[in-house]
Design a protein around this ligand. Sequence first.
Ligand code: FPP
Length: 277
Amino acid sequence: MAIEPLTITDTDQTEQDKKLQEKLKTSGSIPVHIAIIMDGNGRWAQKKGNIRLHGHKAGVESVRDITESCAQLGVKHLTLYAFSTENWNRPVSEVNGLMKLLVQSLRDEAERLEKNDIKLVTIGQIERLPEKCQRQLREVKELTKNNSRMQLCLALSYSGRWDITEAVKQIAHQVKDGNIDPEEISDDLVGSFLSTASSPDPDLIIRTSGEYRISNFLLWQLAYSELYITKTYWPDFRRDELYQAIYSFQKRDRRYGKVKNGYTKSATASVINQIIS
Ligand code: FPP
């Protein structure tokens, strides 16, 4: 019999938490892919009379807790919107602070990711990040590249429009070179040129801090994702609320634009003509 590797996560987990997770696993399906817009770090810090960077630092604790609990639950893909293309327009001091925090967090978490069998990947314009960040990302990606329990994807210097624009450019080149017939261009083909080509579309998207918008996140990929919006600021968003979000997801009726089987009597042409005359 194969023995499950012992992970730091599993040994640290409380009995109460294990029970909650078991309950959640039996109450419905666990989303394969969860994507999160982590918002509210700045407001969380300001509410406490601190500068915004304190909020980002506290947000790293939530990243750790949510990553571990997703892996424990059997989520296969977790995508976190860590830095948007638009975030470059923030004050230089905040951008620099965020980049430093990213380097430090990657350094601190590398071993934990490896022990928990989590693979780190990124999407976005990584070449725009400071060299130190790029180096650290390369190291952790290399260290974790063979891990298979869950894929943690950090969206860094990412925007949905950038992703689609890049895909369009690549497809245009392929058409120009005669490798793709324009008539062959389909949803699937476009998807295969996006930076997320190797992951399924997210089943559940969570946004913290109570804003009702997508903020240029995975615009193409979110077509049929279920949304969960909470007022909680990201640094306060921990596994207990993740479980609520998943429970809410399990109660949704995902129809993908179709009608539920047996839900309607099928209409004959004469009935349709009577209604629309
Ligand atoms: C949004 O809050 C958050 C960000 C722009 C950055 C998120 C970064 C982290 C949680 C830390 C580093 C991440 C990793 C993956 C180690 P906001 O600043 O927009 O908050 P506000 O809406 O209250 O201003």
